[in-house]
Design a protein around this ligand. Structure first.
Ligand code: PEP
Ligand code: MN
Length: 679
């Protein structure tokens, strides 16, 4: 055979190989569709092993290196798994438009490579966009300017990307995928120059830290941190200086026409970065796809709180793959925990675990489920015990006897005692809501001036009150009435609270104000008129701050608990209720204080309930007797309106107690509380 002829036959063989792989891919897609239709698991690791065994046998017979063939087929099969995922969960894009995918860095950055690996097999057009910072990229995902963001979250050498966790905690985004990017750092220069001639090396600080040993061995070489690896490579190209080099990927070398003068210079030969694919909304994946679920939570302050939360997973045979803790914003020495575990939210067992975890946590947010790129590959897939069939673990305490009869057609589950038999206690600094002592909240209806709110704060503190109240955004019946001083008032309230060491509570009326108000106020109030503002309740459920829900003027106890459920269902477990009077035929008082709601709610629900007699009575002198009655019937606390000069109050003056009246009331409440407590 002529050399030419041989080459032609080789080319033809390559074409046959490509066609065979394409046909294989088509068949794999067909298998995925059948498996999905039949509810069978996507991966069958035993079958994969059988395929490999057969390949090895045939390879030996054909004189091929079995090691090489095993590696090749592992790659082919891992590609099959991706193909099956794409068949079962196609990426979402606006019809006709390319997918918009963001990453931090410039073209050739590791995040971009991971994005191309992830979205490449999807067979759709993708436009990639580089960003200077993670934050700008994630904001664009949040604002809908990007369909997806590729966010590094951890590296096998340098550990967690803590900034990524902190951004995820405050940005209300979903995780819909993950990708593992092998990070093989190369030293790139303009051309093949001896290492000893390199005087300056640029790269991303994390890349530099991963190559510490290599860099430590260099002499007379200046190392400089740069915004990203690919940008460092671009600089080498632009500056045309033979004594400079960059640490970046092989792809960056190709992209910027540089020469690799040394490969694999990282300290750990196996160096991988795990990237998460971030989107605005979570995606539901078919149960046939092995998935991971990511969530974050904060614990209640109780012994063993963390263990109890995590055991909700272990009790259901769900395996945790990662646990990370980060400081909890605005709460010094408290932590947010981030957990990844093997499981899919579409699985009732997983949903049940999350419900149980939420009942034991003070705050929980699920980021979503997504196809797993780790773990499942390394372990044999054993059929997971079904929750219904699994016997209860022996150590588990018996289900407590229900304290309430189940109501038919209840609007709530998480708020129910059946879900959480123990009373919920909410801690705000040193203050307990729902604890053994009644919590005393007092302050003016509206924050009117610095002097006014300071005077109230001083009195609340001196008389042994726990929390300062003050309206900033006022829900007034008439648009011509005083509407509150808004964010200016919030600053005054927060300052007065800080000065006298009192947490503050204030009403938030608009969903968009929830985040900004939570920056300054330790507790958010949902007012009576907004009790069924469901958008507001949902926003309040996403924030890591206690929320007090006042009873609507025309709301039943069930509807009120339904409102609490809205907040709980979003993950925020720090909810308490406030009875403030309802509308009845009686007009002698402003509203009718429904004290019977207190024992009823306490029986139906674990959520603390306090009483606001001020808005119910509308007349200051009638407030103290009803305040005492509320404590006598088991309320977890009181909210009382006070004013330094009630006659001059801008709102609700007639019901505000003077400081002297408040002092008498506080004394009587203390006496009642002491009488109520066991000796
Ligand atoms: C308030 O507490 O300031 C208030 C407006 O109360 P309600 O929502 O109960 O009327
Ligand atoms: Mn008021």
């Amino acid at each position: 055979m002529e050399l030419n002829e041989i080459r032609e036959r080789l080319d033809a063989l390559d074409t046959t190989l490509v066609e065979a792989l394409a046909e294989r891919q088509r068949l794999v897609g067909e298998v995925a569709r059948r498996k999905a239709a039949g509810g069978a698991p996507l991966r069958d690791l035993r079958r994969e092993e059988d395929v490999l065994t057969r390949v090895v046998e045939r390879s030996r017979g054909a004189g091929l290196d079995p090691f090489f063939m095993t590696r090749l087929f592992r790659d082919i099969m891992s590609q099959s798994v991706r193909t099956q995922e794409v068949v079962l969960a196609p990426a979402q894009a606006a019809p006709g438009a390319p997918l918009r995918v963001g990453y931090q860095g410039t073209e050739g950055a590791y995040s971009e490579l991971a994005g191309r690996r992830y979205f490449g097999p999807r067979g759709v057009e993708v436009s990639y966009q580089g960003y200077d910072t993670f934050e700008e990229m994630l904001e664009d995902v949040h604002d809908g300017k990007l369909d997806y963001g590729v966010q590094p979250i951890e590296n096998t050498t340098s550990g967690s990307v803590t900034a990524a966790y902190d951004l995820l905690s405050r940005m209300d985004l979903a995780l819909v995928g993950e990708e593992i990017q092998e990070v093989d750092h190369c030293l790139l220069a303009l051309e093949e120059v001896p290492l000893s001639r390199i005087r300056r090396i640029y790269s991303h600080p994390v890349a530099l830290s991963q190559c510490g040993r290599f860099l430590g061995g260099l002499r007379d070489c200046h190392v400089e941190a740069f915004t990203d690896t690919a940008m460092a490579a671009r600089r080498i190209r632009d500056e045309q200086d033979l004594s400079q080099a960059a640490i970046a990927s092989e792809e960056a070398a190709r992209l910027y026409g540089l020469t690799i003068i040394k490969r694999g210079i990282q300290d750990q030969p196996e160096n991988y970065t795990r990237m998460v694919i971030v989107a605005r909304e979570p995606v539901t994946f078919d149960l046939a796809i092995p998935c991971k679920t990511s969530l974050m939570f904060a614990t209640r302050h109780e012994e063993g709180a963390l263990v109890r939360c995590l055991s909700a997973l272990a009790e259901r045979h769900l395996s945790m793959t990662k646990l990370e803790s980060r400081p909890r914003p605005r709460n010094p020495w408290e932590y947010l925990f981030y957990v990844d575990f093997e499981g899919n939210l579409a699985d009732p067992n997983v949903a049940d675990a999350i419900r149980a975890m939420a009942a034991r946590a003070s705050f929980l947010r699920v980021f979503g489920s997504y196809p797993s790129r780790t773990g499942a590959e390394a372990r044999r897939a054993e059929p997971r015990p079904q929750v219904s069939a699994a016997p209860q673990a022996e150590a588990e305490p018996p289900e407590p006897a229900p304290r309430v009869a189940v109501l038919e057609k209840k609007a709530y589950t998480l708020a129910s005692r059946l879900h959480r038999p123990e009373d919920t206690v909410i801690r705000v600094g040193a203050v307990e809501i729902g604890g053994r002592r009644p919590v005393m909240i007092a302050g003016p209806c509206s924050v009117e001036s610095k002097e006014q709110i300071r005077a109230c704060a001083r009195v609340v503190k001196e008389l042994g009150g726990h929390i300062l109240r003050g309206g900033c955004f006022k829900p007034r019946t008439s648009p011509y009435s005083f509407q509150g001083l808004g964010f200016e008032a919030l600053d005054l309230l927060a300052e007065a609270g800080a000065e006298f060491g009192l947490p503050v509570v204030t009403e938030v009326m608009h969903p968009a104000d929830v985040g900004p108000v939570a920056e300054k106020a330790q507790i958010l109030q949902v007012g009576a008129r907004n009790m069924q503002n469901f958008s507001l309740l949902k926003e309040a459920g996403k924030i890591d701050r206690p929320v007090m829900i006042k009873r609507g003027l025309m709301s039943s106890v069930d509807e009120w608990l339904g409102a609490a459920e809205y907040v709980l269902a979003q993950g925020n477990q720090m909810v308490f209720l406030c009875e403030r009077g309802i509308r009845t035929f009686e007009t002698a008082t402003r509203n009718t204080l429904d004290l019977s709601a207190v024992p009823v709610v306490k029986e139906l629900s674990h959520v603390p309930v306090i009483v606001d007699p001020s808005h119910a009575l509308g007349v200051a002198r009638w407030v103290p007797p009803l305040a005492e009655a509320a404590i006598a019937c088991g309320a977890d606390g009181l909210m009382i309106e006070i004013h330094p000069d009630p006659e001059r109050a801008q709102s609700d003056g007639p019901q505000a107690l003077t400081f002297a009246m408040f002092e008498t009331l506080m004394r009587r409440i203390r006496g009642l509380d002491e009488a109520r407590r066991p000796a």
